[in-house]
Design a protein around this ligand. Structure first.
Ligand code: ZN
Length: 199
């Protein structure tokens, strides 16, 4: 049986520079809600909140009020709402292979903070990430895939610099962690949330 996918998380708290999300008092409150949901999931007791046609109608009429932004990998084993036991309208999710952060992802985060008052940004990496593994193994790709892998390359270089003796699965795991940190740095460098973000 294959090992469970392990998550690597970096959170950023957004100060009160935007309208507040519904029923969330602050960023710590939002993080606590995510942690509780992940605990329910990991203990196999999810409540599957905010699902179904009624919730769809509610968010259609009343608008969306997500309480956190999550930047995650597109890997099919990392379904964000399921992992945090959240439902429709709860999370503003940006998924891209390797959970990288470029102009489009930055714009999406900025939009959520400015328009929905989201107070918490989570960068979510995971074990067995194919995109990170490809860079570690020096895979030769083409066109768009190669472009994406180039964005992960600085994280793998940083992992090698920090721990020159690592190889194989250990190097991949270290690179996943560095990739999450690198994405956070890109977000901060992007100035999409001036004076509002702390790591
Ligand atoms: Zn991945």
């Amino acid at each position: 049986m294959s090992r469970a996918v392990v998550l690597v998380v970096v959170v950023m708290f957004v100060a009160a520079c935007a309208p507040q999300s519904e029923a969330i008092s602050d960023s710590q409150d939002a993080l606590g809600r995510l942690k509780k949901g992940n605990l329910r999931f990991s203990e196999n007791h999810p409540t599957h909140p905010h699902e179904g046609a009624a919730r769809l109608r509610e968010t259609s009429v009343g608008g969306q009020h997500p309480f956190a932004v999550v930047v995650a990998c597109s890997d099919s084993r990392v379904p964000v709402e399921l992992l945090f036991d959240q439902g429709i309208g709860d999370l503003f999710v940006i998924r891209v292979a390797g959970n990288v952060c470029g102009e489009d992802e930055l714009a999406s985060i900025e939009y959520a903070v400015e328009h929905f008052g989201v107070r918490l940004v989570v960068i979510l990496g995971h074990s067995q990430c194919g995109a990170v593994t490809a860079v570690v193994q020096g895979a030769k790709e083409h066109s768009h895939i190669d472009h994406l892998l180039q964005r992960i390359d600085p994280a793998v270089k940083a992992a090698r610099r920090e721990s020159p003796l690592l190889a194989g699965e250990e190097l991949i795991a270290a690179s996943v962690r560095q990739n999450v940190l690198h994405t956070m740095e890109e977000l901060l460098k992007g100035n999409c949330l001036p004076s509002c973000v702390s790591a």
